[in-house]
Design a protein around this ligand. Structure first.
Ligand SMILES: Cc1ncc(COP(=O)(O)O)c(C=O)c1O
Length: 413
């Protein structure tokens, strides 16, 4: 029997203990204490390799820019810089400085942000090689005033979006106007602003939503087609950045994104062009490469509902609460074989509550879960993206530690 999230580097051992990247999770948590984020270097590199191979199959020039906001843990960034050809996608001057400190060159950095201030622009325009994407007419004008003659990218907004399932919260563009990018109705004005300051538009960028899987690929292809019709109006474009948004399975019902289908969609839309294709995934590269280990400190039935209270909350993993994205916990140690512990008759609904004094601090509601006792260690799956990087000190509970596990078989027992 295989549980839906199990794979070569993340599974229960014969001793019924969770092994991640060759390490016994309980042993690590006991030594390092919780809340604890563990990331697998090997998994990250494999995720990158998979996307790279799919892009290469398109035959188009390409580059991956990892969306650093997903997880900015320095060892993870240094790993990527050292072992892959990835650049980084950043969205603030502080992220630029951080990327530089991890070894990335300005030419490795693609900048796409919103509500960009003059102070931000004074800083950014000091880097002629940085790929600076503009998000508004105002930003084009203010870059032109500071750095005429520069090459820029334009983020466009196709007024369409797609993301995880039917989750509207994860769409960056759609019927309702959003703050992101320049709409078709303003594109001519954008080009005029650029002409006025002799700015060369060599890149087009769009990112329309997060977490799409196979079912959303047809919608994503339609988005690309709409964008292509906007892009082809600009004769100076060399590269098209398709954004991030590639999802990973979050529940037993999800299936893995088929990257060959994904690449085939890119081919159908851009295969006839000579554009270099850029992508900037965050989730796909790091989300399933991380787990968050917490301790169950309270196991109690209240008004007929089984609550499991843990020593971390939405301040460490905000997606379940703010974006309604599942983040499933599993026990790090099973009292019996997984066949017995996860047999239908052994599972009853459990609601996982964090330690933040807010009503919405519920990490998972009514998940069918085995019996556990207070003191049990739990690993929350898919905690490699948008967790530690978005953490807050709310209720002064912001402390956690994080480690990048290098590939080793040591300590697996
Ligand atoms: C502009 C931009 N690029 C890339 C990403 C990465 O998205 P994901 O983590 O879904 O791949 C985001 C995330 O929201 C984004 O806003």
């Amino acid at each position: 029997m295989s549980l839906w999230w199990e794979r070569n580097d993340l599974a229960y051992s014969r001793e019924n203990e969770l092994i991640f990247s060759g390490r016994n999770v309980r042993t690590l948590a006991e030594r390092l204490s919780t809340p604890l984020f563990l990331y697998s270097a090997e998994r990250i590199l494999k995720n990158i390799e998979r996307v790279q191979l799919a892009l290469d199959k398109t035959g188009l020039g390409n580059r991956i820019f990892y969306a650093l906001k997903a997880n900015r843990f320095a060892p993870l960034l240094t790993l990527m810089k050292s072992f892959t050809a990835c650049g980084v996608d950043v969205c603030s001057p502080a992220e630029v400085r951080h990327a530089l400190s991890c070894g990335f060159l300005p030419s490795d950095i693609s900048y796409t942000a919103t509500s960009v201030s003059n102070t931000d622009l004074d800083f950014l325009t000091r880097f002629p090689d940085l790929h600076l994407n503009t998000d508004s007419l105002s930003m084009i004008r203010r870059i032109g005033e500071r750095d005429p003659g520069r090459s820029i990218g334009i983020r466009i907004n196709p007024a369409m979006g797609t993301g995880y399932g039917s989750n509207e919260l994860l769409r960056y563009s759609g019927e309702k106007p959003t703050k992101f990018g320049i709409y078709a109705s303003e594109l001519d004005q954008a080009l005029e602003h650029a002409r006025q300051f002799d700015l060369r538009i060599n890149r087009i960028h769009f990112h329309t939503g997060c977490g799409y899987l196979n079912d959303q690929l047809p919608a994503w292809e339609r988005i690309m087609r709409t964008c292509r019709s906007m892009i082809d109006k600009i004769t100076t474009v060399d590269a098209v950045n398709l954004g991030g948004g590639l999802g990973v399975p979050l529940t037993s019902e999800d299936t893995r994104l088929d990257l060959s289908q994904w690449a085939a969609a890119i081919m159908r839309v851009f295969g006839s062009s000579s554009y270099e294709i850029n992508v900037e995934p965050g989730t796909y590269l790091v989300k399933d490469a991380g787990i968050l280990v917490l301790e169950a400190n309270t196991v109690e039935t209240k008004a007929g509902k089984r609550f499991i209270g843990v020593n971390g909350g939405f301040n460490l993993t905000m997606e379940p609460v703010h974006y309604k994205l599942p983040c499933e916990p599993v026990p790090c140690v099973l009292p019996d074989s997984k066949e017995k512990c996860f047999a239908d008759h052994s599972l009853t609904p459990a609601t996982f509550a964090g330690n933040i004094n807010e009503a919405l601090d519920v990490l998972h509601e009514d998940l069918l879960f085995p019996e556990i006792e207070e003191g049990a260690l739990l690993a929350f799956m898919n905690a490699g993206a948008y967790t530690s990087s978005m953490s807050s000190n709310h209720c002064m509970r912001g402390e956690f530690s994080e480690y990048l596990l290098l590939n080793t078989k040591a300590d697996s027992h």
